[in-house]
Design a protein around this ligand. Structure first.
Ligand SMILES: [Zn+2]
Length: 182
């Protein structure tokens, strides 16, 4: 026996999410002076991530409805499919395999709770689920209601069809409808 040198595997020098994020010039920590928390601790946050930071980064595409058990529920601003939401995991982790079985089960329980609320509030004919992360690697799932004969029925949904946005009052009304069904 012997001869093997066991070394701890070090993180990749340039994770994919960091490589793409570095193209984004806006680094919120430069404005706030906060120390970015990216990895290594209990709390994993990325300074360029809308799910981690909320605020204007999130406002580009979504409105937070509420926190769920291990995630946050977000209304997707593009509403060509009424009731479209995102369930985003609480931490900035890229992959479903990066969290424990227990956390994964709780995450899927949150997804299911959100799905039930969307079914109850909007009665879609089908609810589609999409988990990607090509432009921002924060574990999240798109919940996309589909309606017979309406937008993209019978086909795969576009990430952002950029067709329909609502007024603030209409967003509020939609959020209230979802909240009541959670
Ligand atoms: Zn994040």
């Amino acid at each position: 026996m012997g001869g093997f040198l066991i070394t701890r595997q070090t993180p990749r020098a340039q994770p994919a999410w960091n490589a793409s994020a570095s193209k984004n010039v806006v680094r919120r920590d430069q404005h706030s002076g906060e120390t970015p928390k990216i990895s290594g601790g209990m709390e994993m946050k990325d300074v360029n991530c809308g799910y981690c930071q909320g605020g204007e980064l999130l406002a580009k595409f979504g409105i937070k409805i509420c926190d769920l058990d291990v995630s946050q529920l977000i209304l997707f601003k593009e509403q060509s499919k009424p009731g479209r939401c995102i369930v985003a995991y609480k931490d900035h982790v890229s992959e479903i395999v990066n969290i424990s079985d227990e956390e994964r089960n709780r995450f899927f329980a949150d997804v299911t709770r959100a799905a039930r609320a969307i079914h109850a509030a909007f009665a879609p004919d089908k609810l589609n689920y999409g988990a990607y992360g090509d432009t921002g690697c924060h574990l999240h799932m798109h919940l996309v209601p589909k309606y017979k004969g309406q937008d993209e029925w019978g086909g795969v949904f576009q990430m952002n069809p950029d067709k329909k946005y609502l007024s603030e009052a209409e967003y509020e009304e939609m959020i209230e409808k979802i909240r009541k069904c959670l």
